[in-house]
Ligand binder design. Structure first.
Ligand code: SAH
Ligand code: SF4
Length: 349
């Protein structure tokens, strides 16, 4: 069943008019749904009869099945059922200065990166635009429950949950459009980041459709031989083609891309790899984000040691590259990057 978040404002109004409601009801409801992130129960200006009909015919489409917290409540991973059937994970992360939600774009992922828990489960299905956006609306409501050490207001949206956004491009594009809608949530484009494994056509389309949205590319290897192994889609879009696509995106958008790199002990963390990455990142004026590998059930490699990471960083910095090491927050609840996967952690609860 489609969720109410799958409808445009006009479609919502048409539906209400077909139920015999006045046209202004559509606008009123739209504001409640998107701007106030209200649930039907919270809409005191809507009659109980209408609220009941809405809940049954146009559900919000988000059910919380389970929840885990870490970092004194500042990181929360939730298992959600969307649209009555798609079970995914959404992670809310409260920092001192911002609150970020990490959303899923697919149930599982077909890209086959072996070190990633979502990749290990394969692709089950795509999410709709409404199901993607509904995670953000839900997160805006939930942000109020975060600890006082955070702003308790949702500020950032990252497409780094389950799935490959560019493999479900149109719904992702439409969800971004809805999130930015000035009559709704008004999330600023700069506060939205789409992360991709490197599907070249998607990078091009995102640059054209949403030129102010940020782009992160998961590189993980700086030569085709290693990248073919770690990131199978590289066989379709090898490094030279990917670099050209990111360069074109940069030209088009005038934005600085991010390169993500999982640091895997003895696999891609050598000074040699850093030496190959440095000129690529330099040419792209990219910011490099190193993520120490998070453990997953189907992969036995270890995260790189701290001295190794430091050495890698030194090589990049010597090459004039801007680099940070991402915090591994949420690791204890398996909410860290690449650990999102159905069932296994929640299932044992
Ligand atoms: N499919 C997209 C977005 C989801 S993955 C992509 O691959 O970019 C979000 C990030 O987590 C990606 O950079 C991904 O490479 C990284 N990641 C996946 N598994 C990981 C793991 N086990 N440890 C650390 N990072 C991981
Ligand atoms: Fe899919 Fe991204 Fe995981 Fe690769 S890292 S399997 S693209 S979710």
């Amino acid at each position: 069943m489609p969720t109410v978040y799958d409808l445009t404002r006009d479609q919502l109004t048409d539906r209400l008019v077909s139920w015999g409601e006045p046209a202004f009801r559509g606008k009123q409801l739209w504001t409640q749904l998107w701007k106030r992130a209200a649930t039907y129960d919270q809409m005191s200006d809507v009659s109980p009869t209408l609220r009941e009909r809405l809940a049954s015919d146009l559900p919000l489409g988000v059910e919380v099945l389970d929840e885990r917290t870490a970092d004194k409540g500042a990181t929360r991973k939730s298992l959600l059922r969307l649209g009555g059937k798609h079970v995914i994970e959404t992670v809310l992360m409260g920092y001192r200065d911002r609150v970020t939600v990490c959303v899923s774009s697919q149930v599982g992922c077909a890209m086959g990166c072996g070190f990633c828990a979502t990749g290990q489960m394969g692709l089950e299905s795509n999410l709709t635009a409404g199901e993607i956006a509904a995670q953000v609306v839900w997160a805006r409501r939930e942000a109020a429950r975060l600890p006082e050490s955070t702003p308790r207001r949702l500020s950032n949206v990252v497409f780094m949950g389950m799935g490959e956004p560019m493999a479900n491009y149109r719904p992702v594009r439409d969800a971004v459009t809805r999130l930015m809608d000035p009559t709704g949530m008004r999330v600023g484009a700069r506060h939205i980041t789409v992360s991709t494994v490197g599907l070249v056509p998607g990078i091009r389309r995102l640059g054209n459709d949403h030129p102010r949205v940020s782009l992160a590319v998961s590189l993980h290897a700086a030569d085709d031989e290693l990248r073919n192994e770690l990131v199978p889609p590289n066989r379709m879009h090898p490094l030279a083609e990917l670099e050209a696509a990111i360069a074109a995106w940069r030209e088009r958008t005038r934005r600085r891309p991010t390169i993500e790199w999982a640091m895997i002990d003895g696999v891609n963390d050598s000074d040699e790899q850093a030496g190959k990455l440095a000129p690529i990142a330099y040419r792209l004026r990219a910011h490099v984000n190193l993520i120490p590998l998070n453990p997953t059930p189907g992969w036995s490699d270890r995260p790189s040691s701290t001295p190794r990471i430091e050495s890698f960083v030194r090589v990049l910095e010597a090459g004039g590259v801007n680099v940070t090491v991402r915090d591994t927050r949420g690791r204890r609840i398996d909410a860290a990057c690449g650990q999102l996967r159905l069932g296994h952690e929640f299932g044992s609860a």
